[in-house]
Unconditional design. Structure first.
Length: 363
């Protein structure tokens, strides 16, 4: 089974060029290289033109290093992997293209992938930017009220004497203990970050974190659809390149690195070796593979149209993901406004409630 060597021994490195390349730049790079190769130019001429047309000096040096590596005999995917500026997905797809003789299709796939990713990022940014501003502003306002306004009211009520309502006493107690609560929260965060930093690569930690992430409302579903769409598109690329299904699933393990999917690939491969159906193995993981995908894969296996079904589901999942992102943007803003308004109202009412009662007594 083919595997991508992530250790990259004996490969050249660019120590001062380790910053990741932005998705928009990757889209442009892969799209331009695909266009040049599709026009009939050989690889050497195409890559030199790509280098000459690049204005970003850092990226230009990376491209020059990649070209020099290829000239010396390295494969294209190894040269891309060596610089540590490209992801496992990038050089994994390029490896598929090189080993199946379909580099142009791999480049087109990557260009389309990053185009969709840029669009999805814009949707996410549009969906959360204003709600994020509201959330940050609300946190600042609430902290100011708890640390400044509430103590002022507490002093006034202490001079007045009398019994305070329960909610008022609770808010005042929370205000007094707020620095302690804040210190506890910061300490817990530091401990958790330290633990996951030291143990983040262990299977148990990765499994726990992935389960936690997938259970986050809304976000968990978006993450699952994103990885499913990537799975379908990559497996379609492999199958359409006549890579055997068992070998293709094994290659995906080095490209899709989210733990639940990596683990499923191992189990699916074991089942395929025993002669079990692909769809049946997918059905063992309902928490990461939709029922619709299971059904389409089963139909594809029975009708010998697996490639077509994978392509269709990949496109459908991408559309669903974009639709969900738009829905998220429409939902977050009113929910946050109501939530923040409710919290501020609770604090204000709890502080003025004793005055309202006093006014009623006087009246």
């Amino acid at each position: 089974m083919l595997r991508i060597n992530l250790k990259r021994k004996n490969m050249m490195t660019w120590n001062n060029e380790t910053r990741d390349i932005k998705d928009g730049k990757k889209e442009s790079l892969f799209s331009e290289l695909h266009s040049l190769l599709s026009s009939g130019l050989d690889f050497g001429r195409s890559f030199r033109l790509l280098i000459e047309g690049e204005n970003d000096k850092r990226l230009k040096r990376v491209l020059e290093s990649i070209y020099a590596s290829v000239v010396k005999g390295q494969t294209l995917w190894e040269s891309f992997a060596a610089g540590e500026r490209f992801t496992a997905l990038d050089y994994g797809v390029l490896r598929i293209g090189e080993e199946t003789g379909r580099v142009d299709e791999s480049l087109r796939f990557l260009a389309d992938y990053y185009h969709k990713r840029v669009e999805q990022r814009r949707l996410v940014t549009g969906a959360i930017s204003y709600p994020l501003i509201i959330l940050v502003t609300a946190i600042v306002v609430l902290v100011f009220m708890i640390t400044v306004i509430v103590p002022m009211f507490e002093q006034v009520y202490a001079r007045m004497g009398g019994e305070l309502p329960g909610i008022t006493r609770w808010i005042i107690d929370f205000s007094k203990n707020f620095p302690t609560y804040l210190l506890i929260v910061i300490s817990i965060v530091i401990v958790l970050v330290g633990y996951f930093w030291l143990n983040g690569k262990s299977d148990s930690t990765r499994s726990f974190l992935s389960r936690l992430v997938l259970k986050i409302p809304l976000a968990g579903e978006l993450i699952r659809k994103n990885y499913q769409a990537r799975f379908c598109k990559l497996l379609y690329l492999l199958c359409s390149s006549e890579v055997p299904l068992l070998q293709g699933i094994g290659m995906l393990k080095d490209i899709i690195t989210f733990y639940p999917y990596q683990r499923s690939f191992d189990i699916i491969c074991e089942g395929l070796k025993r002669g079990e159906f692909f769809a049946d193995k997918l059905g063992e993981f309902p928490h990461i593979y939709d029922r619709k995908l299971y059904t389409l894969v089963r139909v594809g296996e029975e009708t010998n149209r697996l490639e077509e079904m994978l392509q269709k589901q990949g496109e459908d999942l991408t559309r669903e993901l974009e639709h969900k992102l738009k829905q998220l943007g429409n939902l977050l803003e009113p929910v946050l406004i109501m939530g923040v308004g409710g919290l501020v109202a609770i604090v204000l009412i709890s502080m003025y409630l004793p005055m309202f009662r006093l006014g009623g007594v006087i009246g």
